[in-house]
Design a protein around this ligand. Structure first.
Ligand SMILES: Nc1ncnc2c1ncn2[C@@H]1O[C@H](COP(=O)(O)OP(=O)(O)OP(=O)(O)O)[C@@H](O)[C@H]1O
Ligand SMILES: [Mg+2]
Length: 287
């Protein structure tokens, strides 16, 4: 098991010293390979807090997280032998707000920073920067620009390129496509899906977009008020009960499917994860 949460709780400390419990009793396992997970839940439900435990950016205030065999806990925090660098290289986290991730003078240096920091040669790091800027849909002219003068969507892409350049085993992406136009969003989702499929890497994506969840995810985690309330397949998730209890938006494909079933008085059997599936199943049902 690559990442293992054992009864994890996390309490933020406000400036006035008051505690705020953002995670409660989370138990969760994530495999090193083969997973494509989406993490969903209402604003403030604890998604980003959970993600920041996946590469030891936050230390649990209750329980333990094991990341590639390294135990992260409140008691172990002061252990001088605790090495977090290898963990950060293995689990790449793209922040929700890219401003927190960009700090170098040029985009090129920013993308090359991670790999260089983890021992990759200057030349190799530069090559990776060139490759990754293209992969996230920007051209090489961006490499010499200041990351601070970019649009929100461009900053997002650069911060993603920087994490990809470290070639992590597991990618954790906190709302990677928010603020992007629909074409850009779909193109990036395909990039993540390809990384998962071709390199057999585990990808965790935080999103509010139920279409992404339904079409791509193999596994969905639902957070609600600091608790993990669902860990399972997307096809079982959108029951009327769950939609009502957890205020879920229903994916477009399911809305259309349910409307067609009602209008035509037919029952469509099996899963319809995308338009092509749905069209084929309607054809079958009408035959
Ligand atoms: N630095 C902090 N200090 C105190 N409380 C915090 C801090 N960061 C987050 N919180 C609180 O913890 C809870 C969980 O926050 P978190 O950012 O994990 O939510 P989220 O599910 O990612 O929300 P969103 O969808 O808006 O990004 C929220 O109620 C938030 O107000
Ligand atoms: Mg968040």
């Amino acid at each position: 098991m690559a990442i293992k949460f054992e009864r994890v709780g996390y309490e933020y400390q406000d400036i006035d010293g008051k505690g705020y419990l953002a995670l409660a009793d989370i138990t969760l396992n994530i495999n090193k390979t083969g997973e494509f997970i989406t993490l969903i839940g209402e604003t403030g439900s604890g998604k980003s807090t959970l993600a920041q435990h996946m590469n030891a950016l936050l230390t649990p205030t209750e329980g333990r997280v094991h990341i590639f065999g390294v135990k992260i806990s409140r008691e172990g925090k002061k252990d001088k032998n605790l090495k977090l660098n290898p963990i950060r290289q293995k689990v790449g986290l793209v922040f929700q707000f890219p401003e927190y991730q960009l700090f170098e003078e040029t985009v090129g240096n920013d993308i090359a920073f991670g790999p260089k920091n983890f021992g990759v040669s200057e030349k190799e790091a530069e090559e990776r920067a060139k490759k990754m800027i293209n992969i996230v849909g920007l051209d090489e002219s961006y490499l010499s620009r200041s990351p601070f003068n970019l649009s929100g969507g461009e900053k997002k892409r650069v911060s993603i390129a920087g994490i990809l350049a470290m070639e992590p085993d597991i990618l954790v992406l906190d709302e990677p496509t928010s603020g992007l136009d629909p074409l850009g969003r779909n193109a990036l989702l395909k990039v993540f899906y390809e990384i998962h499929q071709k390199l057999d890497k585990t990808v965790v994506i935080i999103t509010h977009d139920m279409n992404t969840v339904y079409e791509y995810a193999k596994r969905v985690l639902v957070m609600r008020e600091g608790n993990l309330v669902y860990d399972g397949a997307p096809t079982q998730l959108f029951s009327r009960k769950n939609v009502k209890n957890w205020n879920l938006d229903v994916p477009d494909i399911l809305k259309v499917r349910r409307a067609i079933e009602e209008k035509l008085g037919i029952t469509i059997e099996g899963e319809t994860r995308n338009k092509a599936d749905l069209m084929a199943k309607i054809g079958e049902a009408l035959r």
